[in-house]
Design a protein around this ligand. Sequence first.
Ligand code: 15L
Length: 277
Amino acid sequence: MPQAQDRSRRIVFTGAAGGVGTMIRPLLSRLYPGLVLTDRVAPADLRADETFVPADLARADEVAAAVRGAHSIIHFGGHSVEGPWDAILQANIVGCCNLFEAARQAGVKRIVFASSNHAVGFYRRRKRIGTDVTVRPDSRYGVSKAFGEALGALYADKHGIAVTCLRIGNVGQRPLDVRRLSIWISPEDLVQLIRIGLEHPDVRYEILYGASDNAASWWDNSRAHKLGYRPTGRAEDHRAHAEAEQARIGPDPVGDLFQGGTFCSAEFTNDVRRAGP
Ligand code: 15L
């Protein structure tokens, strides 16, 4: 891992009150004292020593106010599951445009963007994929994450912002089912990846998989390892729990074929032989 850089630099964390935001906020605050939190509503357990700036990502003026004076941004805000187009458009597409543009205008140097495995969810489970594959989104949500990755590349190449896109699997204390044995990431490992995005001197534009040390992984995460990632979570340590949960869920004839699971089977009207690489 790179050594922590000057921690007095202002770092803004969007989505601080969301599910993943709530899990990693204490770890991030410890690493980066003075972290500025933003979301539409304040986290329920906001502490006196934490700074919160309310902002709706769909409102350019509010986003600009939230990122003013920032050196770096951890962008985890937005709609975090599948939803109707209007919700995805506003929160994730307009929201991402507002965020990257406000960052450029504010002179932000680094952005870590929470992308998702659903940008590539239609790859088959028997495929091992790297970060250089064509995106194959499994949902409107997945399309919005692919958009965010593309926007990140534009701002990296055109404006020199160091952008790291984390294609996050599923964050939690342990894998929830058999699919998550392949894509699970512990909060601690996710924070390691965020640190690489905020601190590693070689970052210009990176796509890294947000996964712990999972024996059943579908992803080649060698670039993350090259940048110093040393995950400590091991999905296999939780296999018995994941299999017991899976037995209760039952089969999904479409979702079980593809990496994105239920995001693929939802609204599916195709023939499975014609779907996904
Ligand atoms: C995601 O991207 C979602 O934010 C999360 O809610 C989970 O659905 C996760 O993917 C997953 O694939 O398990």
